[in-house]
Design a protein around this ligand. Structure first.
Ligand code: ZN
Length: 291
């Protein structure tokens, strides 16, 4: 009962923060936010909920500044201000996801501490991460996310929202290079960042004559791995290559087909190629883009 009362108190913040009464009624994203908050109500005591055009951002309160449940929350609370700013970023990221992939819900949870992020993300860890995607929402790791530039935040949110939109958490048999590469493809979409800027670590390897020989497997994306940045860069450039060579619609079609039939069949049916041919073409692309 206490938990429910607390959740209600947290949800009530919405009305005062974003003036929902005068706005459209909450949609599916808002319903999702309420549901996921209900899974750990203790983390969301006194939380602020900011609503963008598409995104719903739930921002937790630090325990050191306990909110008063009897005092109406206001727009001036740090959580509300941060949430409103992040809702704009999430809206922008969500628009990019929708442009490339299609329908995307944007529910962003911003707990007050990394420990809380760890609880929300369990059994996955958040060490070294800025954010990660669950089935229907994104969890922000406060210290990692806090270190990002404004562009970095938008890229990360678009990346994670792509995972949500494509159901990445539910499709464990997809090749990691395609899942992570596609999320980064959407993440960097329209960022104006060059391949050499984004893939600095990989560019150094290519220039020193030790380019990768194969697309990165799932192992390469383990947090703390020795070539983790390079794995993301390799995956991103594989998807960027596919979009450059065959068109963005073909990359999206490949992703959808791979979810249904597996990557081997999808490559043949969608692009008329196979993994060996793709790998060779991708290695040439790395040399052209990074050397
Ligand atoms: Zn990812």
């Amino acid at each position: 009962m206490l938990a429910l009362a607390r959740l209600t108190a947290a949800v009530l913040v919405v009305a005062s923060v974003t003036g929902l009464a005068a706005d459209a009624p909450p949609d599916r994203a808002f319903a999702t936010a309420r549901t996921v908050m209900g899974e750990h109500p203790e983390i969301w005591v006194g939380a602020s909920i900011a609503r963008g055009k598409y995104a719903v951002v739930v921002t937790g309160h630090a325990a050191s500044t306990p909110p008063s449940l009897s005092t109406p929350p206001s727009l001036s609370t740090p959580g509300a201000r941060a949430g409103a700013g992040l809702a704009d970023v999430a809206d922008s990221a969500r628009r990019t996801v929708a442009r490339v992939w299609g329908q995307a819900d944007a529910v962003i949870l911003v707990p007050a501490t990394d420990e809380q992020a760890e609880v929300l993300a369990s059994p996955s860890g958040v060490a070294g991460l800025a954010a990660l995607a669950d089935v229907d929402h994104v969890i922000v790791a406060p210290s990692g996310f806090g270190r990002l530039s404004p562009t970095g935040r938008r890229v990360v949110l678009a990346h994670e929202l792509t995972h949500v939109a494509t159901g990445a958490a539910l499709s464990g048999d997809m090749p990691a290079w395609l899942v992570e590469g596609f999320a980064d493809y959407v993440g960097y979409h329209g960022s104006g960042l060059t391949a050499r800027a984004v893939a600095a670590e990989l560019a150094a390897e290519v220039r020193s004559g030790t380019p990768p020989v194969a697309l990165p497997g799932r192992e390469a994306f383990r947090p703390g791995g020795p070539r983790l940045p390079q794995a993301y860069e390799e995956a991103w450039l594989a998807c960027r290559y596919l979009a450059d060579r065959y068109g963005e619609h073909a990359l999206v079609a490949l992703y959808r087909a791979a979810r249904r039939h597996g990557i081997t069949t999808a490559l043949v049916e969608t692009l008329g190629t196979d993994l060996a041919e793709l790998t060779a073409a991708w290695r040439g692309y790395l040399r052209r883009e990074l050397a």
